[in-house]
Design a protein around this ligand. Structure first.
Ligand code: CS2
Length: 478
């Protein structure tokens, strides 16, 4: 097999599609923080589509926590394979838009310099929900150890801290305006990013605030492409198909969507030419995606996990689970959304087909991670809105109950809970001595997630569902 790198592309005669532009002419215009599988399956592909006409928008990727991406991609000159899988059909493509990969632990100075580089006009982020270091109400969580340490000036490790330090450097260098583009599944991800960056600056560098307000925009985005973690079987199969030995290819689905609020401070590529939807207001799209797709994903992760399923495609094939989801989406989620019902019903049908893609081994336990960060925009916001409007929350409260029972069972069996709230959740479990009802009440009272969901009827419904789940161990028709 041929090692994948820039030199190998010239003589390649295999099946994979290659970049349609001369990589030596591409210059960096985007710095991306958090170069994980999602970025490589999504934004980097859109940029790859437009570099032929606009070679000034190449990507410098940075990993903030893990060194593995740099270790895999630097020897490959940033090149990697994506395999787009649709049941039996697979298409492979080599993506060339990532020019370099930096790693915060090794290259912090270079990353800060990139933020201050006038050629870098977009700083995009996919750092997961918890990367924003927010409290449940969306403020900068100054009690979080990484934030506290950064604010004391001893470390630089949180995303808001790194952005503020980099922007301060940019201001001093006179490098001009820049766009900070969040590509994470937070509601109002642009304004949410702006809020934590401003709050960090307010404490650490108050003089920078007017410069940020005048020079930095934070457009909101909706991002969507299902991207499971790559397995070693994927690596073997993909390399076998392309003839390259790629240390870390990515598998993904055919569907991809990116909707961006058109508010760029220092120019942008013609994203439209790569089929990005540029809009004045992302919120209706964002709410649709978070509440329908991500909400259904989280429901499947917990309820399907409790039923012993491993993958999304297995869980969604269970008639009781898919009936629960369809009913919840139709009766409880769609009424909270500001798009035509017919379009949303079509979106849901298409989504069921995406979830059923058996060639994507998308693990429920991958989706189940970080529930305390994911529940609010996916499930709790629509629950609150429905309660305010006097509508049913029977199905949505089922998903909350499934999260609670799933947590309790996982902890009782000694499995690690991957969640920034994990240590508090395990204290809550200890305090409740195996009594699910008590555990639920403690979560309601102490987690901070349910502070604006004190409705007694809702809480009773959640408890009722947990009882049924514990008694029967599977989803029953509502
Ligand atoms: C998933 C998302 O892991 C999760 O929480 O719900 O990563 C989902 O696959 C993407 O948002 C799809 O665009």
């Amino acid at each position: 097999m041929t090692p994948l790198n820039g030199a190998a592309l010239g003589t390649y005669a295999g099946a994979a599609q290659l970049p349609n532009y001369d990589r030596s002419k591409v210059k960096p215009g985007i710095l991306h923080l958090g170069i994980g599988a999602f970025h490589r399956a999504h934004q980097a592909v859109y940029v790859d589509d437009l570099l032929h006409n606009e070679p000034d928008w190449g990507i410098v990727g940075a990993s903030l926590r893990h060194s593995a991406t740099r270790a895999a991609l630097e020897p490959q000159d940033g090149l990697y394979t994506i395999a787009v899988r649709d049941d039996d059909a697979v298409q492979t493509r080599i993506i060339g838009s990532v020019l370099r990969v930096l790693d915060w632990t090794l290259n912090a100075g270079e990353i800060l310099n990139a933020i201050a580089d006038p050629n870098i006009r977009i700083i995009s982020l996919s750092v997961t929900e918890k990367g924003y270091c927010r409290t449940p109400s969306g403020d900068l969580d100054t009690a979080l150890a990484v934030v506290k340490d950064d604010l004391s000036g001893h470390t630089l490790q949180s995303v808001p801290g790194i952005l503020v330090a980099g922007l301060q450097h940019r201001q001093r260098q006179g490098a001009g305006p820049v766009t900070v583009l969040s590509c994470d599944n937070l509601s109002d991800n642009g304004p949410s990013t702006r809020r934590v960056v401003r709050q960090f600056a307010q404490i650490a560098a108050p003089d920078l605030l007017p410069w940020i307000d005048d020079n930095v925009t934070f457009p909101a985005t909706m991002v969507d492409r299902i991207t499971p973690a790559t397995t070693s079987a994927d690596i073997d199969a993909i390399n076998h198909m392309t003839g390259f030995s790629d240390a870390w290819p990515i598998t993904t689905e055919p569907f991809s969507q990116w909707v961006i609020e058109d508010d760029f401070a220092a120019g942008r590529p013609s994203f439209e030419s790569a089929k990005v939807q540029m809009v004045a207001d992302v919120r209706p799209f964002e709410a649709m995606k978070l509440r329908i797709l991500n909400g259904a994903h989280s429901t499947l992760a917990y309820a399907g996990g409790l039923m012993g399923y491993t993958f999304v495609s297995e869980a969604v094939a269970d008639p009781a689970l898919s009936a629960l989801l369809t009913r919840t989406v139709m009766d409880e989620v769609i009424p909270t959304l500001d798009l035509p019902t017919e379009d949303l019903a079509v979106y849901w049908d298409a989504l069921l087909a995406r979830f059923s893609n058996t060639s994507l081994p998308h693990r429920l336990d991958q989706i189940a991670q970080d529930g305390s960060q994911k529940l609010p925009p996916r499930l709790l916001d629509p629950i609150r809105e429905n309660l305010e409007a006097g509508r049913s929350v029977l199905g949505l409260s089922y998903a909350v109950a499934a999260w609670i029972v799933w947590l309790e069972r996982r902890m009782a069996r000694g499995f690690e809970i991957v969640d920034p709230m994990a240590s508090r959740l395990s204290l809550f479990a200890e305090e409740s001595h195996g009594d699910t009802e008590k555990f639920a009440h403690i979560i309601f009272e102490k987690s901070g997630l349910f502070d604006d969901l004190s409705d007694e009827g809702f809480r009773r419904q959640v408890i009722d569902h947990t009882r049924k789940l514990n008694a029967v161990g599977r989803v029953l028709p509502l």
